[in-house]
Design a protein around this ligand. Structure first.
Ligand code: TRP
Length: 494
């Protein structure tokens, strides 16, 4: 038993499997489905994939292990956990500042995550609406047709820009998504988050498997494998020489696992004492990486098959892919499955992004369970309203400039890397390139140097001492050095 007392009556995962599903659900999200495949293709294919896997194993995995350990040993909320552990070790409670930055980062990321998930929801509604209309007019045979059968390719491509240009519609879908997220988180860990992930994650995996099989059979599997895995030495050389390869691989690793955001500290708090942390961390990191690669293998074969170019970022998922679904036999059905799957993945990530703030708002206090439930409900609704408000600012910042409004003109910090960035791009850069790495850096220092070796050895329970030594070396030296260098680089100091 750990030497630190925890608040009684704290909610817990009901089993190890429930925790693993929730953590995988948190990690697997829009970052895997559209960001990874596109970044991999742009930064040298196989070379990027290799750098990414190295970043996951040498940096992501040890930091994930450290976060889970800090959460479970500390208890309370992410801030309370770090403050308590620091005190036990005779260090200043000010260490908990890094958790506070992490909580803010997860909340800010969530504010734009809900906007993008709102777009996904819009596509789910559009594609199902079209499918049902086609079945209504042509009978069941219509399911063998492509998606958006009555739209021209130009109309399909114009859908996302049309959505951006009608902010009230985007606000509506974002609002529904916020309500879903708040509805789940307000019910607590075992009653809300756990129930949602046990329903959504198996469904997600079934859909992903169906899609990847269909895509590999129907599409141009050879070109997709080439694009994703064959090292492009020209691109590799260019990105190695300007140092962007490791930076983008590490940034993607942090975002994809969800590190540096107080999230895994928070999920770790609810872990039972007998769950083996290193084993759980390895499973989460492996599943997350596998899903990213499989998602690439589900997306690119059909993109290439129909002669489309893998364009960048949101364009890939919201413009190119719908075009491929239009030309593909049974494309309406597969398109519907794809966007449903993306919606499920987004929801199991958004609940994890809200949880650190709600756990903090719950406070680290001993009150009867009934009181705790009410407090959580009030806290999640309050934070949901705030989230919705910030989301509206993101949405208005994305409105095309020919319809000027305050937010698409406003540049919050016209300086350095932030120059010219509107609110959404500003928050995206601030969180992913600065806040997450800073918190990751401090987490590894805290876990490696502040927490005593006796405590970390006991809490982690590695089966072999050599593995513990390897972990300690990574969090003490390699992780802070690598993350620190990348931070200095983003600041332009190196
Ligand atoms: N990992 C999720 C994805 O790949 C997003 C996410 C969840 C996240 N929690 C996070 C990103 C915390 C950064 C920090 O889509």
């Amino acid at each position: 038993m750990a030497g630190v007392t925890q608040t009684s009556g704290q909610d817990h995962w009901s089993s190890r499997a429930a925790f693993i599903l929730a953590a995988i659900g948190s990690a697997v999200g829009l970052g895997n489905l559209w960001r990874f495949p596109y970044v991999a293709g742009e930064s040298g294919g196989g070379a990027f994939v290799l750098a990414y896997i190295l970043c996951i194993v040498l940096i992501g995995l040890p930091v994930l292990t450290a976060e889970l350990m800090i959460g479970r040993r500390g208890g309370g909320s992410a801030i309370a956990a770090v403050a308590r552990l620091a005190k036990t070790e005779g260090s200043p409670a000010l260490w908990s500042a890094f958790s506070a930055i992490g909580i803010m980062a997860s909340f800010l990321i969530l504010s734009f995550y809900c906007m993008i998930a709102g777009w996904v929801l819009y596509y789910v509604v559009a594609i199902f609406g079209d499918l049902f209309a086609a079945i209504g007019s042509e009978g069941l045979g219509a399911i063998s047709g492509g998606a958006f059968a009555n739209s021209s390719p130009a109309e399909i491509e114009a859908r996302l820009s049309g959505l951006l240009a009608s902010p009230m519609q985007a606000v509506f879908y974002q609002g529904i998504f916020v309500v879903l997220t708040v509805g789940i988180v307000s019910r607590g860990i075992s009653g809300g988050i756990e129930k949602a992930v046990t329903l959504l994650m198996p469904a997600f995996f079934v859909m992903l498997l169906i899609l990847v099989c269909v895509s590999l059979v129907q599409g141009d599997a050879g070109r997709a494998v080439d694009y994703l895995f064959r090292p492009d030495f020209a691109k590799l050389g260019a990105s190695l020489s300007d140092g962007s390869l490791l930076g983008s691989a590490l940034g993607q690793a942090f975002f994809s696992i969800g590190l540096g955001s107080a999230l895994m500290i928070t999920y770790g708090m609810y872990m039972n004492k007998d769950t083996d942390i290193p084993g759980a961390a390895a499973m989460v990191a492996t599943a997350d990486t596998a899903v990213a690669i499989i998602a690439g293998l589900a997306i690119f074969p059909i993109v290439f098959q129909y002669g489309l170019a893998p364009s960048a970022g949101p364009g890939l998922m919201f413009g190119t892919l719908p075009l491929a679904f239009q030309q593909m036999p049974f494309g309406a059905v597969f398109g519907a499955v794809f966007f449903m799957m993306a919606l499920f993945a987004a929801l199991t990530s958004s609940i994890s992004l809200l949880e650190p703030a709600v756990a903090w708002r719950d406070g680290d206090i001993d009150i009867p369970v009934e009181e705790k439930k009410k407090r959580r409900l009030r806290g999640s609704i309050g934070l949901g309203v705030l989230l919705f408000g910030i989301g509206v600012m993101h949405i208005y910042s994305q409105v095309p400039v020919d319809q000027p409004n305050f937010f698409n003109q406003w540049v919050p910090l016209d300086f350095g890397q932030f120059s010219g960035q509107t609110f959404f791009d500003f928050v995206d850069t601030l969180t992913a390139q600065y806040m997450l790495p800073i918190v990751g850096f401090l987490t590894s220092i805290f876990a490696g140097w502040v927490i005593s070796k006796t405590a970390s050895r006991e809490e982690l329970g590695f089966k072999r001492e050599s593995r513990y030594k390897a972990w300690l070396f990574l969090v003490r030296f390699l992780c802070p050095a690598a993350v620190g260098l990348i931070l200095l680089k983003s600041l332009g100091l190196f």
